[in-house]
Design a protein around this ligand. Structure first.
Ligand code: PEP
Length: 252
C-alpha cells in the first residue's frame, strides 16, 4: 500500500536545545493525546543533532532523516558527511536533490546520481526532490524539467532499488515563498510523475511510490493538497518549525 508521509525539513535551523525540546514535546503530545495522524512522520534536523534525535525517537514509529550526504563514503573531503557515517549512528533516510542544494551548492544531476548510488549502497531510504523554477513554469517547461531530473538520476535505478525512494515534487517558486501551488497544479504534476514511473517501472511501482508535495505547505492549505489523488503527503519547511502548525499538518 502507498504510504502517506509527512517530512519536516528543518534546514539550518534549531540548535541542540531547540531540536531536542521540539522532538520531546512533539512526541509527548502525539502519544499522550493519542493524536490520530495515520501518517509516517520523518524529521530532518541538522547533522550535529541527528544522533540525539534518533535516540529520542528509538522505539517510536517516528523517523529521522539527514538533509544531505557526500557522494563518496570516506576520504579527503573536509567538512563533508557520508552515508557510511550516518549508517553508523543508525540513520536510515536522507533527503537528496533539494533545490537549495542544487542552487547554492551546485549539485547537478550527475552528482545527485552518485549520491543516490552511495545512499543505496549503505541501505538508506532516499527522499528525492524535483521541481521547476518560476521561469521554467512561465515557459511551460515544468514537465520537461521534472522529467529530465528523474531521467538523469532516479531512473538509473533498478525496480528493486526504487522501493527505497520517496519522491518530493517541490516547485522552486513555492519553496519558502508563501506562494503554494494550487491543489490542481500540484495534482497535475504528481499525476505526470506517477505516469513516468508507470512507463519506466510498471503498474505496481507507480501505484506504490509515495509522491509528496513541498512548497509553502501550512496548516490551512495542507488538507486540500493532501486530499488530491496522487499527493501522498508533504515535505514541509517553515511550517514544520512551529509545533502547533506541524501538529495540525500531520492531522490534515
Ligand atoms: C522545503 O524546503 O523543502 C520546503 C518545502 O520549504 P517551505 O515549506 O518553507 O516552502
Amino acid at each position: 500500500m502507498r504510504r502517506k508521509v509527512i517530512i519536516a525539513n528543518w534546514k539550518m535551523n534549531y540548535d541542540f536545545h531547540e531540536t531536542t525540546y521540539f522532538i520531546r514535546n512533539f512526541l509527548r503530545i502525539v502519544f499522550e493525546k493519542k493524536i490520530n495522524h495515520k501518517k509516517e512522520i520523518i524529521i530532518a534536523p541538522s547533522f550535529p543533532f541527528l544522533h540525539i534525535s534518533n535516540q529520542i525517537l528509538q522505539g517510536t514509529t517516528l523517523n529521522i532523516a539527514a538533509q544531505n550526504i557526500h557522494q563518496k563514503n570516506k576520504g579527503s573531503y573536509t567538512g563533508e558527511i557520508s552515508a557510511y557515517m550516518l549508517k553508523s549512528i543508525g540513520i536510515q533516510k536522507v533527503i537528496l536533490g533539494h533545490s537549495e542544494r542544487r542552487e547554492f551548492f551546485l549539485e547537478k544531476n550527475n552528482i545527485l546520481l552518485e549520491k543516490i548510488k552511495i545512499a543505496l549502497k549503505y541501505g538508506l531510504n532516499i527522499i528525492f526532490c524535483v521541481g521547476e523554477s518560476d521561469l521554467e513554469r512561465s515557459n511551460n517547461k515544468q514537465f520537461k524539467i521534472v522529467q529530465n531530473q528523474l531521467t538523469e538520476t532516479v531512473f538509473h535505478c533498478t525496480s528493486d532499488e526504487i522501493k527505497s525512494f520517496y519522491i518530493a515534487y517541490e516547485p522552486i517558486w513555492a519553496i519558502g515563498t508563501g506562494k503554494t501551488a494550487t491543489s490542481e497544479q500540484a495534482q497535475t504534476m504528481h499525476k505526470f510523475i506517477r505516469s513516468l514511473f508507470l512507463e519506466k517501472y510498471g503498474k505496481n511501482i507507480s501505484n506504490e511510490i509515495s509522491i509528496l508535495y513541498g512548497g509553502s505547505i501550512n496548516d490551512i492549505n495542507a488538507k486540500n493538497l493532501f486530499y488530491q489523488k496522487d499527493i501522498d503527503g508533504g515535505l514541509v519547511g517553515n511550517s514544520s518549525l512551529n509545533l502547533e502548525k506541524f501538529l495540525k499538518i500531520i492531522q490534515s
